[in-house]
Design a binder for this molecule. Structure first.
Ligand SMILES: [Zn+2]
Ligand SMILES: [Zn+2]
Ligand SMILES: [Zn+2]
Length: 336
């Protein structure tokens, strides 16, 4: 999967809502909840797809597929091999006739008199009484012992120590054993650090900037690609155009510290090939003195801001002024 697929997903509103909650720290991990009908459910994801449980699962898979999510094994769910339903019973059957109609029999020993017999023969009106000495049995392990259990088939009458385990699908009725059981791995998901960065950059950071450019009647692509004179395609965080005459390219560099010259030089390499009407660099939080000098030498307009909203506001000021001195208004004046 390419970054193109991820970028397409970032444009999806449901994805934006979901990833936005990861970025804000409201969601750290998507932990599946077991569901008889759906096998696993992801409630936080369902919220962004109108409560559609199947669509939520598909979206989670897709986000994992393109590398936005990373996953961790959560549990293995036993499913019907025929219809994949997780609504499967665990039954025990008579090894002789396969009947499910078996009963567990427990052998008791009355400690005081040493009588050993099936629990049935001790049961009298809900209490336990020794069939030999008639004393009441009060506490297991103290005045009587459980010696063991066996299973008796009510159909064929055979006894067994260990009935055979089988599974029965409550959805389609298929009966199967461990040998042909289906298993589905269920995972918990987190956003990958790279994708979180990419999402913040392409969506959260760029959103106010893109909206501002559109306010100034630009056609905006975020990110956008422009082919240069060399024939090479160059990618910018935003490419804004007005007709065929005006092309603004914009990159955002965000860093913990002041930004050095290297990214300025690589931006210039792209710009040199593309030749836009205007190049803007949004530097969060700002540039070093050397980098500033280099930018002015390369005619790169630098916006230093603490965040993208402030950058959008500063850009608005910038375009407001260039708009006032621009050609379009004077043409309008002439027509009047
Ligand atoms: Zn089934
Ligand atoms: Zn039987
Ligand atoms: Zn007794």
């Amino acid at each position: 999967m390419t970054s193109r697929d991820r970028l397409t997903l970032y444009q999806d509103q449901g994805v934006q809502l979901l990833l936005g909650r990861f970025v804000k720290g409201e969601i750290v991990e998507l932990v599946p909840s077991f569901d008889l009908g759906q096998t696993a459910r992801y409630p936080e994801v369902e919220e962004v797809v109108d409560g559609d449980t199947a669509a939520a699962k598909q979206l989670v898979e897709k986000l994992w597929d393109v590398g936005i999510f990373k996953r961790k094994f959560h549990e293995k769910i036993l499913v019907c091999p025929s219809c994949l339903s997780a609504n499967v019973s665990n039954d025990y059957v008579c090894p002789n006739c396969n009947s499910i109609d078996i009963e567990r029999k427990t052998l008791l020993e009355h400690t005081a008199c040493g009588t050993i017999d099936s629990v049935d023969n001790f049961l009298v009106e809900g209490g336990l009484y020794c069939p030999k000495c008639n004393k009441e049995l009060i506490e297991a392990g103290v005045d009587y012992q459980k010696l063991g259990a066996w299973f008796q088939c009510s159909q064929c009458g055979k006894r067994s120590d260990l009935p055979s385990p089988i599974h029965r699908c409550r959805s389609c009725g298929h009966i199967f054993t461990i040998k042909d059981t289906g298993f589905v791995n269920v995972y918990s998901y987190r956003i990958s650090a790279d994708a979180e960065e990419e999402f913040k950059r392409t969506f959260l950071v760029m959103k106010p900037i893109g909206a501002m450019l559109e306010d100034f009647q630009y056609k905006v692509e975020m990110p956008g690609q422009v082919s240069g004179r060399s024939g090479a395609l160059h990618r910018f965080d935003a490419v804004a155009s007005k007709g065929s005459s005006e092309l603004v390219v914009l990159d955002v560099i965000a860093s913990e510290r002041e930004i050095e010259e290297t990214p300025i030089a690589s931006l210039y390499a792209k710009v040199f090939d593309v030749g836009p009407t205007q190049t803007i660099l949004v530097a969060i939080p700002g540039l070093t003195e050397k980098a500033k000098k280099l930018s002015s030498l390369y005619r790169i307009h630098v916006i230093e801001a603490s965040d993208s909203q402030q950058a959008a506001d500063l850009l608005k000021g910038h375009f407001g002024w260039t708009g006032l001195s621009g050609n379009e208004e004077s043409i309008d004046d002439l027509q009047l």
